[in-house]
Design a protein around this ligand. Structure first.
Ligand code: SAM
Length: 306
C-alpha cells in the first residue's frame, strides 16, 4: 500500500521512450457472444504479444483460429492463478509482452486478471487495458434503468443466507444495481431479492449480443414469473433499480446501524445465521466506509487475531 507521503506513480502507456525495459501486460477485452464485437486493436495486440494468457486455452484457441492469430497460449485461471501469475510476471520482467484474456468480456471483471494486474503494477510493469465488450455495461445501457449512477455487484454468495445478508446491505442503495447470475440460480435469486426489497423495477438481460438476446423489462415479481414460465435459458444479467429517493427536502434516513457501536454493528451481522465473524467485520467496515483492520482494532484493541 503506497503511503500518502509518497508521490503517485505515473505510467504513460504510450509516450515514446517512457516505458520500462519490462514487457507490457495487456488486459484484452473479447466478445461476450458475437465475434464481430472483437476490436481491430484487440486482434493486433493478440497477434503481437509474445504470450497469450487465457482462462480456458481451448476456448481461446477457437477465438484465435477465427481471427487467424497464431499466438502462444499459457493458462491462467482461478485455480492456478498464483503459480501461473508468478510465471507471467517473470516473463514480463524479462521484457516479454503478455496479453491476458478471459473466456468472454473484460478480464478482471468477475474473472481472473485483477491479481496479476496488481502484481505487475507493484513491480513497476506497465499494465495497458484494451477495452472491449462487458456484459454488465452492455446490459445497463439498454435496460431503461437510470445509468447516471450504478453499482456493479457481480455474483452474490452462493449460500442462501449469505446472499440474503448481502442483499440486506444493499436495500437502501440509491443507484441501479447490476448482478451476474448463473442460469440455474436466477429464479432463486429473484425470489431472494423480492423478499429482501419488495417489488421494484427489474430488467433481465439474457444472451447479450447472441442470437436469442432478450430483455425482460418489468419488476422483480413480473421478471420472476417470466423466468418461471420460460425456464432459465442462457446467460443472464439481473439489473434492479435503486431504493426510492427519500425526497430532496427530507433528511436522509439514518442507516440502521447508526446508533450501534462498532462491536454491536458487527454482532448484528453475526446474529444472521451463517455470517462468520470475518464476514460480519467486512460488511460492517463497508457500511462505515472504514478499512476492516481499523474496525477490527477498534473492537479488539490488539486482542485475538482474525
Ligand atoms: N468478464 C465478463 C464480463 O466482462 O462481462 C464476465 C464474466 S462472468 C464469469 C460471467 C457472467 O457474466 C455470466 O454468469 C452472466 O451473468 C454474465 N454474462 C456474460 N456473458 C453474457 C451474455 N452474453 N449475456 C448476459 N450475461 C452475460
Amino acid at each position: 500500500m503506497p503511503s500518502s507521503e509518497q508521490d503517485a506513480r505515473v505510467q504513460r502507456s504510450f509516450k515514446d521512450g517512457d516505458l520500462t525495459a519490462y514487457g507490457t501486460l495487456y488486459l484484452v477485452g473479447t466478445p461476450i457472444g458475437n465475434l464481430d464485437d472483437m476490436s481491430v486493436r484487440a486482434v493486433r495486440i493478440l497477434k503481437e504479444a509474445n504470450w497469450i494468457a487465457a482462462e480456458d486455452t481451448r476456448q481461446t484457441r477457437k477465438l484465435l483460429t477465427h481471427f487467424d492469430i497464431p499466438g502462444r497460449l499459457v493458462s491462467y485461471h482461478e485455480h492456478n492463478k498464483e503459480k501461473s501469475g508468478e510465471s507471467l510476471i517473470e516473463k514480463l520482467l524479462a521484457g516479454e509482452t503478455v496479453a491476458l484474456v478471459s473466456d468472454a468480456g473484460l478480464p478482471a471483471i468477475s474473472d481472473p486478471g485483477a491479481d496479476v494486474a496488481a502484481a505487475a503494477i507493484e513491480r513497476g510493469i506497465p499494465v495497458v487495458p484494451i477495452p472491449g465488450p462487458n456484459a454488465a455495461l452492455t446490459a445497463l445501457i439498454a435496460s431503461g434503468l437510470p445509468t447516471d449512477r450504478f453499482t456493479f455487484v457481480g455474483f452474490l454468495p452462493r449460500e442462501k443466507k449469505k446472499a440474503a445478508a448481502e442483499l440486506a446491505r444493499w436495500s437502501r442503495h440509491p443507484a441501479t444495481m447490476i448482478f451476474y447470475e448463473a442460469p440455474h440460480r436466477v429464479v432463486a435469486t429473484l425470489r431472494l431479492m423480492l423478499e429482501a426489497w419488495g417489488d421494484r423495477r427489474c430488467v433481465l438481460a439474457r444472451e447479450l449480443t447472441k442470437r436469442y438476446e432478450e430483455f425482460a423489462r418489468g419488476t422483480l415479481a413480473s421478471c420472476l414469473r417470466h423466468v418461471e414460465e420460460t425456464g432459465p435459458l442462457g446467460e443472464y444479467c439481473v439489473l434492479v433499480e435503486g431504493a426510492a429517493d427519500s425526497g430532496a427536502d427530507e433528511e436522509p434516513a439514518a442507516a440502521w446501524w447508526a446508533d450501534l457501536s462498532p462491536a454491536e454493528h458487527v454482532a448484528a451481522y453475526e446474529e444472521r445465521d451463517g455470517v462468520t465473524h470475518k464476514e460480519a467485520l467486512k460488511l460492517a467496515a463497508t457500511d462505515r466506509g472504514v478499512p476492516k483492520r481499523e474496525l477490527y482494532n477498534a473492537i479488539h484493541q490488539g486482542g485475538r487475531d482474525e
